[in-house]
Write a protein that binds this ligand. Structure first.
Ligand code: BLA
Length: 316
């Protein structure tokens, strides 16, 4: 369906009889995540010089096989930023944003990650500064980057409640301030998401600005491999792949994922997905096509307000 209805007071839960609620209609096509990308580009330009990425030439815009959906790609680089890229998918019934910014591999700063999938009835959102290193066990890394940002996590955890169980393996790529939510696709959710995007992106730019280049060769290698591992995970298991295949076909989808969205997966390291994630190994040597081997878990937010992990680690 093209339209959806929502309560005029989106956060009230006191609507006893549906029929008495004031109804409004909010078409998915009335929103666009282009505004998010534009904000990020403008904000980045205030701090640094943005250059077009060589990827821009090949990855520009596409139309789905059924001609109903438009895909738009943008990519840039900047000092300290290896790749800043976005994919917007827009149709009358769907709005998707996949925005990420990857630091140069000398740095241990987090990766900016904003993924929003909006269909008629609901939105699935991951917004985070994905940590490069283990924030569950490495307290020093966690405090270096997230201690000063915990207030953001707390603010948005209230506005955008935890989305419930998710692929257990994904948790290791999330930070204590991650926003993982499933919400109804209303105008007010859109406004809150924009505000969260603005706050998180500004915070990320600040971290990048302040980041000092790693000079110890062994630490440099560790940062590079961590980014490669992250790319390997997402290039293989990101939940958007299924839809991309439906829209543009398997060949183009694979190319888009490996060479545009998670560019670097074939250049930054020589390890394969199974070297990093051996639990996905099948006897015939292939990668298990299941998204999760450990199953879904973490029904509730597994981070407390001090940034301490309080989930059950045996599940991932
Ligand atoms: C669902 N997307 C999800 C879910 C997560 C994410 C956690 C819930 C299902 C699950 O637990 O696997 C997102 N997972 C992430 C992110 C990371 C991760 C960002 O591990 C990073 C480390 N989503 C997109 C794009 C599309 C999309 C581009 O970002 C479509 C082109 C679709 N995401 C999408 C859909 C679902 C989903 C359709 C629900 C269906 C499903 O779970 O397969």
């Amino acid at each position: 369906s093209f339209c959806l209805s929502f309560n005029s007071t989106p956060f009230s839960s006191s609507c006893s009889s549906k029929n008495k609620c004031r109804r409004a209609f909010f078409p998915v096509s009335a929103i666009s995540y282009q505004k998010f990308v534009q904000f990020a580009l403008d904000e980045t330009k205030l701090h640094t010089h943005l250059f077009p990425s060589p990827l821009q030439e090949k990855y520009n815009s596409m139309i789905s096989m059924d001609k109903n959906v438009k895909l738009q790609m943008l990519s840039f680089q900047a000092p300290k930023i290896r790749l800043l890229r976005s994919l917007n998918i827009e149709s009358e019934t769907m709005q998707v944003l996949d925005f990420a910014a990857f630091p140069e591999t000398e740095f241990d700063v987090p990766i900016f990650c904003a993924n929003i999938f909006t269909a008629a009835s609901s939105s699935i959102v991951v917004l985070d500064l994905n940590p490069l290193h283990d924030v569950i066990n490495q307290r020093d890394y966690r405090e270096k980057y997230y201690k000063s940002l915990l207030h953001l996590g707390i603010k948005y955890a209230e506005l955008l409640p935890w989305g419930g169980k998710l692929t257990s393996e994904s948790l290791k790529f999330f930070s204590p301030i991650v926003i993982w939510t499933k919400s109804s696709s209303t105008e007010s959710t859109y406004d809150i998401l924009f505000s969260a995007f603005v706050d998180y992106y500004k915070a990320w730019l600040e971290l990048v600005n302040n980041a000092a280049e790693e000079t110890i060769p062994s630490r440099l290698m560790v940062n590079r491999e961590a980014q490669h591992r992250y790319l390997s995970w997402r290039a293989e298991k990101d939940p958007g792949h299924g839809l991309l295949k439906k829209l543009i076909g398997e060949m183009l989808a694979k190319d888009l994922v490996r060479n545009f969205l998670f560019n670097g997966v074939d250049e930054l390291g020589s390890k394969r997905f199974l070297d990093y994630f051996p639990e996905y190994y099948c006897e015939d040597g292939t990668v298990n096509t299941k998204r999760s081997m450990a199953g879904k878990s973490y029904e509730h937010r597994p981070w407390d307000k001090t940034g301490e992990f309080i989930g059950d680690l045996t599940k991932s």
